[in-house]
Design a protein. Structure first.
Length: 279
C-alpha cells in the first residue's frame, strides 16, 4: 500500500505536502489522476503524470503567465477522475477545456478625472465524444460521408448545445462541441438527429463534459507599452469589464489587456492591448 494513499483526501494531501518548503512562492499541493495527466491544458502547466504535485503559478516581467510544477509523489493506478473531491479544477481541469476571445478590448479616449471601462468577450468550450453504437455494431448503412456543422443536440439535462459531426467513408462519426448551451452536467448524453443531416438508419449520440465551464479574467496594465502587471487600482479587475480609477494626464498612453482562462483549467489566452488616451 502506498504511504500516501491513492485518493485525493485532505489527509493524503497533507502528507504529500510534507517537506515542501514554505517561501515567497505560494505553492499548491494538487492531485493529478491519469485522465488529468493526459490533458493538454494540464501538460502545459507541467502537470503531466499521475500523483501529487507541488505547483506554483506567477507572471513574468512582461505579465505573461508562467508555471512551476514539481512531482512529489508518483501514484500508479490512483483514484479515478470521477472520485475526486478537491476543488482544483482551475489548476488541473478534469475535462478538455478551451477558451477564445470573440471581442477584443477597444482603444478609448477619456477626459482627465473621468473613469474608463474596457471589456472583453470570452467564449469557453468543453468537449464532446461520439458514442456511436451503430458504428461499433457495423450498422452505419445509409450515412453520407461529410462534415455536418452546428447540429442542434437534444436530450440531456440542459439545452442549446451544438455539435459538428464528421462522418467518414465507413459511416463512423467523430464529434466536436462548438456551442456549449447551458444547464448540462458532466457526462450528459445528447442525441444528434440524422434527419436532414448525415442520414442513415441510426442517430449518433454524444457525451459532453466541461460544458459548464465559465471564463476567468485578470486585467493588466502597462505604463511603458511592453511590460504588463495585474491592475491594482480601479474596479472589477477579475470580470469581463474593468473600469479604471479616475484618470490623470500621466495615464495617457497606458495599455490595458485581459488574461482569460476557465473554471476547468483551460490554457490561458491574452487579449489584444487597448490604448487609453487621456485628454
Amino acid at each position: 500500500m502506498s504511504l500516501y494513499g491513492s485518493d485525493d483526501s485532505n489527509a493524503n494531501k497533507t502528507k504529500a505536502g510534507i517537506g515542501v518548503a514554505t517561501d515567497s512562492q505560494t505553492k499548491t499541493i494538487v492531485y493529478i489522476d491519469e485522465t488529468e495527466a493526459a490533458l493538454a491544458q494540464n501538460k502545459n502547466r507541467g502537470l503531466n503524470a499521475p500523483g501529487w504535485w507541488s505547483y506554483f503559478t506567477y507572471n513574468d516581467s512582461a505579465g505573461n503567465p508562467r508555471h512551476k510544477a514539481e512531482q512529489v509523489v508518483f501514484i500508479a493506478g490512483g483514484e479515478a477522475n470521477s472520485g475526486e473531491t478537491q476543488s482544483d479544477d482551475t489548476l488541473a481541469g478534469d475535462f478538455a477545456s478551451t477558451v477564445s476571445i470573440s471581442t477584443q478590448p477597444a482603444n478609448a479616449s477619456v477626459a482627465a478625472t473621468n473613469t474608463q471601462a474596457f471589456s472583453v468577450v470570452a467564449v469557453p468550450t468543453g468537449e464532446a465524444s461520439a458514442i456511436d453504437g451503430a458504428a461499433n455494431a457495423g450498422n452505419t448503412a445509409g450515412r453520407t460521408a461529410g462534415t455536418y456543422t452546428a447540429i442542434a443536440a437534444t436530450g440531456g439535462t440542459g439545452s442549446g448545445a451544438t455539435v459538428t459531426l464528421v462522418v467518414d467513408a465507413n459511416g463512423a462519426a467523430t464529434a466536436t462541441l462548438v456551442g456549449k448551451g447551458g444547464g448540462y452536467t458532466d457526462n450528459d448524453t445528447l442525441t444528434l438527429s440524422r434527419t436532414g443531416t448525415y442520414g442513415g438508419a441510426s442517430d449518433v449520440t454524444v457525451n459532453v463534459n466541461g460544458v459548464g465551464a465559465t471564463a476567468t479574467y485578470q486585467w493588466q496594465v502597462s505604463t511603458d507599452g511592453t511590460n504588463f502587471a495585474n491592475t491594482t487600482t480601479g474596479s472589477n479587475s477579475t470580470t469581463a469589464t474593468y473600469t479604471t480609477a479616475a484618470t490623470a494626464a500621466g495615464d495617457n498612453g497606458n495599455k490595458y489587456r485581459c488574461v482569460v482562462g476557465t473554471s476547468q483549467g483551460a490554457t490561458k489566452v491574452i487579449s489584444n492591448a487597448a490604448t487609453l488616451t487621456v485628454t
